[in-house]
Write a protein that binds this ligand. Structure first.
Ligand SMILES: *Cc1c(COP(=O)(O)O)cnc(C)c1O
Length: 405
């Protein structure tokens, strides 16, 4: 074995010792309300496929048709020869959807955050960021030389202090960055207060709506629409990989923002654009989100039913307010054990532990979708109850009254 590989092996052994070494889970089926893993059908509570769009016939047809008429790949980066008219059509539709002057698509939501933070901010500037923001925001912040001002999760006094510090430090552009819906806890950013505080300091706001698009706002327009903050959030980042059901990221905002990213957003400049099939499927998804609003309603009905069920069984669902519902059990090891028990009982829900969440906040994270049936959700709740019993987990069942309070 080479020196590199034996060194890597030592690090991997450490992960194993900490119970953090997890083989990839391989699906032998489409990503849907149920999936096949290891030859068994399981109820799937692990996807971000909120509206069940990735298997929608209209998206599939649009992708196939685009391959026929446009080819399999785009052949270049956007700035050289990789911009086809459908790329711009999708961007026009996204801008309309988000109520902004312009939008720019990128290969992923991850790339979108890197492009914005690396492209918009320079050394003289400041980024003011919620401590629980997504890893792609953290990596984007690593790409900029701007001053970094972290505030404790959803702590508005903390935000105020950081804004004061940034002003004292004489920063030029000040950008407050937050997830719209936080991916590990399912809580919603207090966007109206964030906007108010930022405005008082002449700072701008950027919201990453990866888990809010398709979920919050009219037809799933996201958290800016949800809170009625049109025109007051300078940068809306979104993903096409979650509720939209395909792949990609986008940045919606002003024409100046779009032009800046085209010239300075490194992931945009140095990575090939989307294949036509991806673009066409995204366009179809946006149409379905408008023409089938019952999907969003069903998503929320399912989320409420499932969350109420978990809470009344006595599970700790933290501060979730959205279809992301964590079941918090403590150490990473316990989260993995619960996930394994659930799998034995026909439910696929991944365990998540340190360092993705704090050491004592290990959890099984569940996400229901609009495609789950009531029977599937009730069967999953039963599996949770049985798994907890098998593991001797301490539950604090709540009365119905307390659950509704
Ligand atoms: C998933 C996610 C991303 C990344 O989106 P991809 O399209 O999967 O790259 C970015 N930000 C947040 C908050 C996310 O949850």
């Amino acid at each position: 074995m080479s020196d590199l590989d034996s060194s890597l092996r030592a690090d991997l052994d450490q992960l194993r010792k900490e119970g953090r070494f997890r083989p990839l889970v391989v699906l032998e089926s489409p990503q849907d309300a149920e999936v096949v893993i290891g030859g068994r059908r399981l109820i799937n509570l692990s996807s971000n496929n909120y509206l069940g769009l990735n298997t929608h016939p209209r998206l599939k047809e649009a992708a196939i048709e685009a391959v026929r008429s446009w080819g399999a790949g785009s052949g270049a980066v956007r700035t050289i020869a990789g911009t086809q008219s459908i790329h711009e059509e999708l961007e026009a539709r996204l801008a309309e959807f988000k109520g902004t002057a312009a939008a720019l698509t990128l290969q992923s939501g991850y790339a979108a955050n890197l492009a914005v933070l690396g492209g918009v901010l320079a050394e003289a500037d400041a980024v003011v960021s919620d401590s629980l923001n997504h890893a792609s925001i953290i990596d984007g912040i690593r790409l900029t030389k701007a001053g970094r001002y972290l505030f404790p999760h959803r702590d508005m006094d903390g935000l105020q202090q950081r804004l004061e510090e940034a002003r004292r430090d004489g920063r030029r552009r000040v950008l407050v960055v937050t997830d719209g819906v936080f991916s590990m806890d399912g809580d919603i950013a207090p966007l109206p207060e964030i906007v108010e505080r930022a405005e008082a300091f002449g700072a701008s706001v950027m919201v990453d709506d990866a888990h809010a698009s398709g979920v919050l706002g009219r037809q799933g327009r996201g958290s800016v629409d949800h809170f009625g903050l049109e025109g007051r959030v300078a940068i809306q980042v979104g993903t096409l990989s979650k509720a939209v059901g395909v792949l990609g990221g986008y940045v919606a905002g002003s024409q100046e923002l779009r032009d800046t990213l085209i010239h300075l957003g490194r992931p945009f400049l140095f990575s090939t654009s989307h294949p036509p099939a991806v673009v066409a499927a995204c366009l179809a998804a946006l149409e379905v989100m408008q023409s089938e609003p019952e999907r969003q309603r069903q998503l929320w009905e399912n989320a409420r039913h499932f969350k109420a069920g978990l809470t009344s069984l006595g599970f700790d669902c933290g501060r979730s307010e959205t279809p992301i519902t964590p079941v918090i059990v403590g150490e990473a090891r316990h989260a993995m054990e619960l996930s394994d028990e659930l799998r034995r009982r026909g439910v696929f829900a991944q365990g998540i532990g340190f360092p993705t969440v704090a050491r004592d906040q290990g959890r099984v994270r569940t996400i229901v979708t609009s495609s789950h049936t009531r029977e599937q959700l009730d069967a999953a709740l039963e599996a949770f109850a049985d798994s907890a019993r098998a593991l001797g987990l301490e539950l604090r069942p709540k009365t119905q009254a307390a659950t509704e309070a």
